[in-house]
Design a protein around this ligand. Structure first.
Ligand code: ADP
Ligand code: MG
Length: 603
């Protein structure tokens, strides 16, 4: 038997680790199973190059829970360790790694570091009073197995042991405060989380935990469409089928494999962010990939596996790492390539998917200049007839009829087909094409495109009368005299709240409505920006502003002027205004009641 002091300077580093890294205790299981898998991989390699003469046998790694004795064992039939190797790899290296870690992070209050550092073997002490190693190397002659124990102080003992088979048992004597790890369900959950795709079979209670050959490690040529869908279901059992996927496979200048899926996003962005799982040689590391892929790509699902992403470092370091930058750019390029390919190869199908991928593409264009440059050729605009156009196509379509007097091409759009129905009709009657911009980020996207596209402006259909949506030079004459217009305006102003409605008389067509309510584009956009925090916060306290436009050419106005009783005049104008409000959903409560009563009287 030998006893010794583990090679550490700090007298007792265990309490420090426990104190600072409390939140991440569970990763000990990932680390120990990963070590077992490494050892198994090594014996396979040694066998294949003829250095191991022992029988490979069943190579499954076993996790064994013994509630009674309060132990958790991780057993492998890997290459095992001789006493010299334990001395070197466990007593010196594993512990010096731990000590380095403590010295580095002692002064930080932030938790969650251990998972990024990869303390490996040492992490077993976070949850144990005592750790034992029983190991027999493939090099050992008959009675040469070893037993090593350590109770968490720097002292350890090492003795010979009669262990028969090749490989290593790590036995954790789980401590009082970690007894959650003596629960079968807890261990099962952890194994599912971290070990689902490890390359060596992992067994717990005789049950196989993992798929040793997940789709992403295979060649794309070996996989059918159904294989990709089946793997998606394996990752997210409850999810709807994805729209399409990209298989990543790079060896140079960095190593990266993975499959990214495009989920059905519909119109909202709230769904399923941060679903991408990051693996390091098939060991689950994290499902928060910010910093590794561009932010908008975190809307995608799937897995990325790379040994070249430095995991044992902080996030801020990660973001400046050159490998990570290259990986991020590569993924961005692959995603752009895939979308472009879909667009070019099957436009009909691309259009059919647009409602699901449009929000993703627009979000990407808004947030990533490089992506904008790629996507501007395949980003689509959809009009109210559900026809789709690229930016270039659309400009050609509307240019002839929608160029204003300053030579700007004006794109008219609606943010809500139902609510703005009468305005959409009005614009269409003028021969204008109307775009549907009704997604969550479309109001931002409209502002953005105005900056990006040259000589284009956007106007929402309800921002003005259809005659004025696109300012051309033709003005319709007004039939009422100045004096008459003034009279009508005064009557109308009595009928509405002054701060909210700005009354204007305009000479529209006789067949247009006698009155309409519009939301001036500029004011509306400022309010929208205030609501989403893009500056203009000072406006958020302001109420909504409308224009009340009275059609001076409507025959009703003559009737008002010819009516004797002031009360009667007021009544007609009221009714006309209420109708305009009603069509905008602005008539509510008492006002709505009054309108109904008046209408009944009139009938
Ligand atoms: P790492 O895995 O990053 O090398 P660890 O602290 O996890 O660091 O392990 C230290 C070393 O101990 C390993 O490199 C390996 O040589 C040895 N080791 C740990 N677990 C086993 C095992 N189950 N079988 C054989 N060797 C092991
Ligand atoms: Mg390890």
């Amino acid at each position: 038997m030998t006893t010794g002091k583990i090679n550490v300077q700090t007298e007792n580093i265990f309490p420090i680790i426990k104190k600072f890294l409390y939140s991440d205790h569970e990763i000990f299981l990932r680390e120990l199973v990963a070590n077992a898998v490494d050892a198994t991989g090594k014996i396979k390699t040694l066998t294949s190059i003829g250095e191991n003469k022992t029988d490979l046998g069943n190579l499954a790694v076993e996790v064994i829970l013994d509630k009674e004795n309060k132990t958790l064992t991780i057993r492998d039939r890997g290459l095992g360790m001789t006493s010299e190797e334990v001395e070197k790899y466990i007593n010196q290296i594993a512990f010096s790694g731990a000590e380095e870690f403590v010295n580095k992070y002692k002064d930080q209050t932030e938790g969650n570091l251990i998972g990024k550092f990869g303390l490996g073997f040492y992490s077993g002490f976070m949850v144990s009073d005592k750790v034992e190693i029983y190991s027999r190397s493939f090099k050992s002659t008959e009675h040469e197995a070893i037993r090593w124990t350590c109770d968490g102080s720097p002292d350890y003992t090492m003795t010979n042991d009669s262990k028969e088979g090749r490989g290593t048992d790590i036995i954790l004597h789980i401590n009082e405060e970690s007894n959650e790890f003596l629960e079968e369900a807890r261990i099962k959950t952890l194994l599912d989380k971290y070990c689902s795709f490890l390359p060596v079979e992992i067994k717990f209670n005789d049950e196989l935990i993992n798929n040793t050959a997940p789709a992403w490690v295979k060649k794309p040529s070996e996989l059918s469409h159904d294989d990709y869908l089946a793997f998606y279901k394996e990752l997210y059992p409850m999810a709807e089928d994805p729209l399409f996927y990209i298989h990543l496979n790079v060896d140079f200048p960095f190593n990266l494999t993975g499959i990214l899926y495009f989920p059905k996003l519909k119109k909202n962005l709230e769904v399923q962010k941060n679903k991408i799982q990051l693996y390091c040689r098939q060991v689950f590391v994290t499902d928060s990939v910010e910093g590794i892929v561009p932010e908008f790509l975190t809307l995608l699902h799937g897995v990325i596996d790379s040994p070249d992403i430095p995991l044992n470092v902080s996030r801020s370091y990660l973001q400046s790492d050159s490998n990570v930058k290259k990986i991020s750019n590569h993924i961005l390029k692959k995603v752009s390539d895939k979308l472009e390919e879909l667009f070019k190869e099957n436009r009909t199908d691309f259009e059919a998917k647009w409602d699901d991928i449009g929000v993703f593409i627009k979000y990407g264009m808004l947030s990533e200049e490089k992506f904008y440059d790629r996507a501007k050729s395949f980003c689509l605009l959809k009009n109210t007839d559900a026809k789709y156009f690229t930016f270039d196509e659309y400009k050609l379509v509307v240019e002839p009829n929608q160029t204003d007097k300053d030579n700007k091409v004006v794109y008219t759009y609606t943010s809500n087909l139902d609510e703005q129905y009468s305005f959409v009709e009005g614009a269409k009657n003028k021969g204008y094409d109307v775009l549907q911009m009704d997604g969550v980020i479309d109001s931002h996207f409209v502002n953005f495109l105005e900056h990006k596209l040259e000589n284009i402006s956007f106007t929402r259909v309800d921002s003005d009368t259809s005659d004025n949506l696109i300012k051309k030079d033709e003005k319709r004459p007004v039939v009422l005299s100045e004096e008459e217009q003034k009279t009508i305006k005064e009557i109308a102003e009595i009928a509405v709240e002054k701060e909210k409605y700005f009354v204007q008389l305009e000479g529209l067509s006789e067949t247009d409505a006698p009155a309409m309510i519009t939301r001036p584009e500029f004011m509306r956009r400022m309010k929208e920006m205030a609501a989403t925090g893009g500056g203009y916060e000072f406006m958020s306290g302001m109420g909504e502003q409308f224009n009340l436009i009275i059609n001076a050419n409507h025959p009703m106005m003559k009737r008002v002027l010819n009516t004797e009783a002031a009360e009667e005049k007021q009544k007609i104008i009221r009714q006309v205004i209420d109708l305009a409000m009603l069509s905008q959903g602005l008539l509510k409560g008492e006002a709505l009641n009054g309108f109904i009563r008046r209408s009944v009287e009139l009938i």
